[in-house]
Design a protein around this ligand. Structure first.
Ligand code: NAD
Ligand code: ZN
Length: 346
């Protein structure tokens, strides 16, 4: 019998998270129990901490938060045959149904019944996580627990970046948050020609240039047209990856794209935002909305790329023992960090 475990819980409808003792989850026949080693703090977790309008509408109280994790399997349900005790794993935090048309067609990431761990269901900010075996992704030795703990946002970056062919293309990424920066590393890895990333936060742009080979542009000081000329692009960017959720960034992207350019939109605007649709029509631009990760094709590709030289390790700027979670959340909320990883093994 295991005793209670530690967990970071949204325990009341107000800002903050509380460290509290919770029962270790009981697993069903198709689940595994994962001892959490490391977790990543996501922008979503900051929304939940702040208890903004979205969080209030979405998150039940009380709830164990967190969805970015790496750990080790310590218990296996009786129907599970493909996994082993002691195996190092991460996993898909979107719990999907199996009866929708999309799921039955194998397009699990498009299942309308999707529920998220740490958002709608008990999450990974805890010593132990129950997860359906279906969602588990084993980690090869080449992928450390630190990187394992950020595969969820790396997966967002990979899913977005691989939405369009980037080989030999000029790529504009708006928003140098952790996901934009990792998308830039992916674009570079798969063979884009020029990779330009924009932001208004100088720290983030510095971090981006430290993580991968790209041209950072602070759009509050520099004109993107000058950069297009400097890099010798005849017309503009071929592909845009919108990763800021900022309406001005999308406007700027549409302007900076070639005729027939393609845009993948991951960034989430705070509400309805005005868009110059006629400009998009006359430029014959294709726009694709991107949600989550392709289950499990994105996982396969990102692990294969990590095994083959994709290096996003410098996007992790801070590591804390979980006891210092309040400080970690404060730094994450300040925008003066990349990814922050919490260690649960003390
Ligand atoms: P983040 O908030 O850390 O990064 C966004 C960056 O955009 C910030 O550095 C900010 O300074 C920058 N920015 C603000 N205004 C800008 C402008 N005018 N031009 C260029 N950059 C500007 O976010 P993140 O964690 O990296 O995530 C990126 C986006 O993706 C967020 O909008 C997030 O909500 C969204 N997201 C979507 C999914 C999905 O499944 N669709 C999943 C995860 C995250
Ligand atoms: Zn996340």
């Amino acid at each position: 019998m295991r005793n209670d475990m530690r967990a970071l819980v949204k325990d009341r409808p107000a800002p903050g998270l509380a460290f509290s003792a919770q029962p270790v989850p009981e697993i069903g026949p198709d689940d595994v129990l994962i001892r959490i080693h490391k977790t990543g703090i996501c922008g979503t977790d900051i929304h939940i901490w702040n208890w903004d309008e979205w969080a209030e509408r979405t998150v039940p109280v009380p709830l164990i938060t967190g969805h970015e994790f790496a750990g080790e399997i310590v218990e296996i349900g009786r129907n599970v045959t493909e996994l082993e005790l002691g195996q190092r794993v991460s996993g898909e935090g979107h719990l999907i149904g199996h009866s929708s048309r999309q799921s039955r067609a194998g397009k699990f990431h498009l299942d309308p019944e999707t529920r998220g761990i740490g958002v709608n269901e008990p999450g990974a900010f805890a010593d132990y996580l129950r997860l359906p075996a279906f969602n588990v992704v084993p980690l090869p030795d080449a992928v450390s627990d630190d990187i394992g703990a950020i595969l969820d946002p790396l997966g967002n970056a990979v899913h977005t970046a691989l939405s369009f062919d980037l080989i030999g293309e000029d790529v504009l990424i708006t928003g140098a948050g952790p996901i934009g920066i990792m998308a830039a590393a992916v674009a570079r890895h798969v063979g884009a020609r020029h990779v330009v990333i924009t932001d208004v936060n100088e720290d983030r742009l510095k971090l981006a240039a430290d993580v991968t080979d790209l041209r950072p542009v602070n759009v509050s000081r520099e004109d993107l047209n000058d950069v297009v000329a400097e890099l010798g692009m005849a017309q503009g960017f071929d592909v845009g990856l919108e990763m800021s959720g900022n309406q001005r960034a999308l406007d700027q992207m549409v302007e900076a794209l070639v005729m027939g350019g393609r845009i993948a939109l991951l960034g989430i605007p705070p509400g309805k935002s005005p868009v110059d649709w006629s400009r998009i029509v006359f430029k014959a631009i294709t726009i694709k909305g991107v949600y989550g990760r392709e289950i499990f094709e994105t996982w396969y590709k990102m692990i294969a790329m990590l095994e083959n030289g994709l290096d996003v390790s410098r996007v992790i700027t801070h590591r804390f023992p979980v006891a210092d979670y309040a400080e970690a959340f404060e730094i994450m909320a300040s925008g003066k960090s990349g990814k922050i990883v919490l260690d649960w093994r003390d």
